[in-house]
Write a protein that binds this ligand. Structure first.
Ligand code: HEM
Length: 398
């Protein structure tokens, strides 16, 4: 809530000064940022005269730090309230993997604790940094092991070779939009052996409740995305975490930057849009009935014999049961340039993604409206701590 202004009038009539006395209401940083708050905050600071009450900006109480160390990397299943901001970048590595990854782990700890000078004193909040390695590095030490296979090309791709594959992927998420770009810059300053291939920012709007504390946001189509997901520790163990071997606790990460032909999608009546997806737009209920928390019923038919979930609806083509795979964990973000989706998924085995993608490529009304412009599969490394540096179970100690 923004308290009433007091003291002198704003010097710039186009700006707002937020002046709050200590006993007045608090304004959350998230509220500031969502309301174009950078301009507001900047003006507030400039407009702060010595005799005026100091502007007060409080931290958002619900944003707490996410421990970077542990059995699994942060940024996959934690935090459960997925952060609103994302920056993903893919790099070539010039040099040895083991020392680089160990040192990257130290940078991550410094960033997440707020100690890294690259954050310029800005509170990291729920910052997570998640690191994966591409097939060239993984196959050198784990031939035929997790992460050793390159991601195939699929229909409806227009991918520059620099935007396919890569040695290292870094996914940075946070609630504060300033944090991911600052953290990425700090990481690159610390590790010049990383040569950038491509990067993409993404954002998520407010989430809706799905089940068991699981929430999911709307994407640029206006549909809630990320409803069907492994949530409980058992579900995550079954479909997301690599169960054993040197990569135990890691996961296979797939990244695809997908432009969406929104002009065509928006011209469709809402019922036709819902037929493309297979769920209703307003309450996200499956077209086969039930509510947002229900699985889609692929067998349900109308009295005329037609399937309630159309044969080429996205949820039918992407559904794990006909593909014969476990449910992947999707952690996608909407993009504005290009307008679309940075699709990110985590799964214990690459075939969970590829078998789904193959079924979608045969006929998926949503896929027909997309063009993928960057793609790669990576071995998201197991968790790390001071005794077990990042990547050490796979590449050995540096
Ligand atoms: C522009 C690209 C995409 C958009 C906008 C999109 C959007 C959606 C939406 C709105 C849903 C329904 C709600 C939900 O369960 O989350 C959904 C479901 C799903 N999508 Fe996508 N998706 C895209 C690409 C992909 C890709 C590339 C894959 C994997 C190959 C995929 C896999 C899935 C899966 C597994 C489901 C759950 C199906 C179920 O079990 O009901 N999606 N997607």
């Amino acid at each position: 809530m923004i308290g009433p202004s007091r003291g002198r009038a704003p010097p710039d009539v186009g700006s707002i000064i937020i002046l709050v006395s200590p006993d007045q209401s608090r304004i959350s940083r998230r509220t500031l940022l969502r309301s174009g708050g950078l301009a507001v905050l900047g003006t507030a600071l400039v407009g702060c005269a010595p005799d005026a009450p100091a502007p007060v900006v409080t931290d958002d109480a619900e944003v707490s730090r996410v421990p970077p160390e542990g059995e699994r990397q942060a940024g996959i299943a934690s935090p459960s309230a997925v952060q609103s901001q994302l920056l993903v970048a893919v790099f070539d590595l010039d040099g040895e993997a083991a020392p680089l990854l160990a040192a990257v782990g130290e940078t991550i700890v410094a960033l997440a604790s707020g100690r890294h000078p690259g954050l310029a004193g800005i509170e990291p909040g729920d910052l997570t940094v998640t690191v994966g390695v591409g097939h060239r590095l993984a196959s050198a030490v784990l031939p035929d092991g997790p992460g050793s296979a390159a991601l195939d090309a699929y229909p409806r791709e227009d991918v520059d070779e620099r935007h396919r594959h890569g040695d290292v992927v870094v996914q940075i998420c946070a609630s504060d939009p300033l944090v991911p770009p600052l953290a990425m810059t700090a990481l690159l300053d610390d590790h010049p052996a990383l040569g950038e291939r491509w990067r993409q920012r993404g954002a998520r709007g407010p989430s809706v409740a799905v089940r068991d504390g699981h929430t999911a946001p709307r994407n640029v189509l206006g549909f809630v995305d990320g409803i069907a997901a492994p949530v409980t520790p058992d579900e995550l163990a079954e479909s997301v975490w690599i169960p054993d071997g040197p990569a135990a606790g890691g996961s296979i990460m797939v990244v695809r930057r997908m432009e969406i032909d929104l002009t065509t999608f928006r011209r469709l009546p809402i019922a036709a849009q819902e037929a493309v997806i297979g769920r209703r737009r307003d309450d996200s209920a499956p077209l086969s009935g039930g509510d947002i928390s229900d699985d889609v019923n692929l067998q349900a038919k109308a009295p005329d014999g037609a399937y309630l979930i159309p044969v080429d609806a996205h949820v039918r083509r992407a559904h794990p049961r006909p593909a014969g795979v476990p449910l992947m964990l999707r952690r996608s973000y909407s993009t504005d340039d290009p307008l679309g989706l940075l699709f990110v998924s985590y799964q214990a085995e690459l075939r969970t993604f590829t078998q789904t993608m193959e079924r979608m490529s045969e006929s998926d009304a949503l896929l027909d409206l997309t063009t993928t412009t960057a793609a790669g599969a990576f071995l998201a490394l197991p968790g790390f701590d001071a005794q077990h540096p990042l990547g050490s179970t796979i590449f050995g100690a540096s």
